[in-house]
Each structure stands twice: as structure tokens, then as C-alpha cells.
Design a protein around this ligand. Structure first.
Ligand SMILES: NC(=O)c1ccc[n+]([C@@H]2O[C@H](COP(=O)([O-])OP(=O)(O)OC[C@H]3O[C@@H](n4cnc5c(N)ncnc54)[C@H](OP(=O)(O)O)[C@@H]3O)[C@@H](O)[C@H]2O)c1
Length: 215
């Protein structure tokens, strides 16, 4: 059965997945860039962004796993961009330029529907305003037997968690404190929701944890 997977989702030691005050200059919120330093250093990340070098090993393997057997993504509107409320026009097409790193259909949850966008390299953005189940159905159909990656952000993952729809969550706990921002688990009981730690691996830059939902 195809799975719904969270991969390479970085959190701080105090549990935040984004810093406060997200805006066009701070897509990850203030201080949020520190969450991803483990990934930025990897060979896979550098290769995806047209650079040579980078570390191999556990961090790199986890980044690679996040793109293996993925046929579609689901993301929240805040991960797609900094615009809130009504779209002023159709100019914003995501943070990632003309050829985003997805290369498969991406379903964007939003209360403000707009026409789908076709990008270079196989990526398309589809705006879904009738809820998380509709987004999952569309993504699973588009993935055609492969898994769906739930990219984030935090509000989006929390909804799928509460609904018991995520099969596997890979978290990279980064050695930094944010103090405020968007908290992944606040008020949620992941154990009661059926999640157990199925894998953990420390590196110099992060502690990797995989949570698997018991069925
Ligand atoms: N730590 C990591 O690894 C990681 C990974 C990905 C992203 N991030 C970061 O996470 C932050 C974004 O997370 P976030 O929690 O602020 O927001 P988010 O989950 O990306 O998006 C939330 C927004 O999506 C729309 N939405 C979500 N669920 C919906 C539903 N069921 N129906 C209709 N619309 C829905 C709403 O937007 P509207 O009402 O405005 O349409 C909502 O305000 C960014 O800073 C991003 O860079 C971090």
C-alpha cells in the first residue's frame, strides 16, 4: 500500500519546526534556517541545487530517502509562499524558481483556491480548498502507486497527525533552540495517536528519528 510520509522534517531541540515572523525575507521564520543546516551540508542537497561536494553518510542518506518512491507531495500554503489572505494576482509561483525540486504534482492546501500552475521539470502546483482528505485523495491518485510526501509546514502536518493519516515521520532534531515559532507536537499526544520510534541515528549535525504508526 502506498504510504503518506513525512521526511527530513527538521525541528529544534525545543520542538519548533519554524521560527516566528515568517515573511519573504525569512521563509523559515526568524532563526529557522538553523534547523536545516544538517541538510544544507549534504551532497544530495548540494547536487539538487547545482553545487558539487557535500557530506555523504547518514544525513545524506536521509535526504535521499525523502525523494525515493515519491509520486506526489502535499504542502500547506505557508510553505508555498509568504502571501496570506486573498492572492493579489497569479505571479507568486513558490520559493523555488522555474524548476522546483519536486518534479511531481504538489497539492497545496489553502482556503484561497487558484488555478493550477505547471512548472518546468515535471512539477505542478494544485490548490486544494476542500480539506486534507481531498488533498490526500488527489495526491494518492497522482502518485499512481508511489508514496506521497507530506512536506509541511507545521499546521499541515499536525492536521494529518490528528487524523491518523501519516504512516511514517522522519524528524531531524537540530542542535538549536528557537524559543518560539511553530511547534510540531504542542498539545498533541503522538503516542496515543499510535506512533512509536522505529529508528534513531545521531550524527554530528542532527539526531534522526523515525516514528511509525502502529496499525
Ligand atoms: N522544519 C521543516 O523541515 C519545515 C518543512 C517545511 C516547511 N517548514 C516551514 O514551516 C512554515 C510553514 O508552516 P505553517 O505551520 O506556518 O503553515 P503551513 O502548514 O505551511 O500552511 C498553513 C496554511 O495552509 C492553509 N491550510 C492548511 N490546512 C488547510 C486546510 N485543511 N484547508 C484549507 N487551507 C489549509 C491555510 O492557509 P490559507 O488560509 O492562507 O489559505 C493555513 O494558514 C514555513 O516557515 C516553512 O518554511 C519547515
Amino acid at each position: 500500500m502506498p504510504k503518506l510520509r513525512v521526511q527530513s522534517f527538521s525541528i529544534s531541540l525545543d520542538g519548533y519546526g519554524a521560527g516566528p515572523n515568517q515573511d519573504v525575507d525569512n521563509p523559515l521564520g526568524l532563526g529557522g534556517g538553523a534547523l536545516h543546516e544538517w541538510a544544507f551540508a549534504t551532497q544530495m542537497f548540494k547536487h539538487m541545487h547545482g553545487s558539487a561536494g557535500g557530506v555523504t553518510g547518514i544525513d545524506n542518506d536521509f535526504v535521499a530517502r525523502g525523494f525515493s518512491n515519491i509520486g506526489a507531495w502535499i504542502i500547506g500554503r505557508n510553505m508555498f509562499g509568504p502571501i496570506r489572505g486573498e492572492w493579489p494576482d497569479d505571479k507568486w509561483k513558490g520559493w523555488w524558481g522555474d524548476n522546483p525540486p519536486y518534479h511531481v504534482p504538489v497539492f497545496v492546501l489553502t482556503n484561497h483556491w487558484r488555478q493550477p500552475i505547471t512548472m518546468a521539470g515535471g512539477t505542478s502546483f494544485h490548490f486544494i480548498s476542500d480539506g486534507i482528505h481531498a488533498a490526500l485523495k488527489g495526491a494518492m491518485e497522482a502518485a499512481n502507486g508511489r508514496d506521497v510526501r507530506l512536506g509541511g509546514g507545521i499546521a499541515t502536518i499536525r492536521q494529518y497527525l490528528v487524523a491518523g493519516l501519516i504512516d511514517e515521520i522522519h524528524l531531524a532534531i537540530s542542535p538549536t533552540l528557537l524559543g518560539s515559532g511553530e511547534h510540531l507536537f504542542f498539545g498533541l499526544d503522538a503516542a496515543a495517536l499510535g506512533y512509536r520510534c522505529s529508528e534513531h541515528a545521531p550524527t554530528a549535525n542532527a539526531t534522526h528519528v523515525v516514528l511509525t504508526r502502529q496499525t
